[in-house]
Write a protein that binds this ligand. Structure first.
Ligand SMILES: Cc1cc2nc3c(=O)[nH]c(=O)nc-3n(C[C@H](O)[C@H](O)[C@H](O)COP(=O)(O)OP(=O)(O)OC[C@H]3O[C@@H](n4cnc5c(N)ncnc54)[C@H](O)[C@@H]3O)c2cc1C
Length: 316
């Protein structure tokens, strides 16, 4: 594996890292960590590069390219099928396979790019499903204690686009994920998958054609009082109840209302198709990107007093 990170990420940004190390088997993990320690390098695990944006720092960076492969049905009880999948497997290929087996639980997460190992990191979600709803356990290498271990679903600290892995970057390298999927009536999962694919293809931008990372900002979660105050002022505002105390606002709606749909700086544009998507049309600079991010966050804060947060992992 070689070349600039722009060739290995869907945002197509990033220079040449100092070192590429490919993780093909479990033993490669402690070996790679020993090597970067000896060489005094920072390191970063990379799956499919669809949620990572490199904005500098590559010159002292080693990339651990996750290539662990394999899929195994570990238990097939009457109600549930437990499937253990290696971190380097392609996520959408897994979803496609499970739907052909009439298993439900992840079919609404169809067509999300990337690897299996990255799905627990931001607790991937779409159309009412979150991957944490079906994860039984996550196998990891614990970098601090230098040991392989298993984390139960509870131990993963899942939240909205959040997890222990996102909160403690560099602590765990995920080696496999075990999903518990339910048996369903024939063709139900396949039908949902087809509907989701058609919806996504009409709404989202294909990163192979237009470099992007999907949603660039998380939908902000605010208190019910803040949500009600905003709703009074902006009755058409999009808001969903999270629980008795919190509501989730639509970051895309806030960005659009702040007048930023189509906003452009250098090679970066707030998509005029969907304000939550930032596109990169090649040769962009880190400083232009950071300027767009700050502009979006500041303008939304100014108008709505709501704080936006980027969704992808920014490496600087
Ligand atoms: C067009 C498009 C649509 C998208 N739609 C959605 C959506 O609907 N819902 C959603 O939630 N996301 C969505 N995403 C974001 C992205 O696809 C997911 O977050 C995906 O899970 C990222 O997988 P990846 O392998 O590409 O991760 P990468 O970008 O390679 O990595 C993301 C982060 O996870 C870490 N990581 C990756 N693998 C491991 C591992 N094995 N161990 C430890 N850390 C690891 C990386 O270090 C990095 O911090 C979309 C992206 C695009 C481009």
């Amino acid at each position: 594996m070689t070349g600039p990170l722009s060739n290995h990420t869907t945002f197509k940004l990033g220079g040449e890292p100092k070192l590429w190390l490919v993780l093909n088997k479990l033993e490669d993990i402690p070996m790679a960590l020993t090597q970067v320690k000896q060489d005094g390098l920072n390191w970063q695990v990379l799956g499919g590069g669809s949620n990572t944006v490199f904005v500098g720092g590559e010159t002292n960076l080693a990339i651990f390219k996750m290539m662990l492969k394999g899929r195994e049905v570990v238990e097939d009880s009457g109600d549930y099928t437990l499937i253990k999948v290696a971190a380097g497997e392609d996520w959408d290929e897994l979803v496609a396979w499970t739907t052909t087996q009439d298993l439900v639980g992840i079919e609404s997460l169809s067509l999300i790019p990337g690897t299996v190992g990255a799905t627990p990191v931001q607790n991937v979600g779409a159309y009412g499903q979150e991957v944490s709803q079906t994860i039984k356990e996550v196998a990891v290498y614990d970098v601090v204690n230098s040991e392989f271990k298993i984390l139960t679903n509870n131990e993963c600290g899942f939240g909205y686009r959040d997890s222990l892995f996102k909160c403690q970057p560099g602590r765990y390298i995920i080696t496999s994920v075990t999903y518990a999927l339910k048996k369903s009536e024939p063709l139900l999962a396949t039908k949902t998958r087809a509907e989701v694919i058609s919806l996504r293809q009409s709404k989202l931008l294909d990163p192979k054609v237009v470099p992007n990372v999907g949603s660039f900002f998380k939908n902000p979660i605010v208190s019910k009082e803040v949500g009600e105050r905003l709703k009074e002022k902006y009755p058409e505002m999009v808001a969903h109840t999270v629980d008795e105390e919190k509501v989730k606002l639509s970051a895309g709606w806030l960005i659009e209302q702040a007048g930023l749909k189509g906003y452009k700086k250098g090679a970066f544009t707030v998509s005029s198709k969907h304000a939550l998507i930032l596109t990169h049309d090649g040769d962009g600079t880190a400083s232009d990107l950071l300027s767009v991010i700050v502009t979006v966050i500041d303008r939304v804060k100014e108008q709505f007093s709501v704080q936006l947060e980027p969704e992808p992992v920014l490496i600087q």
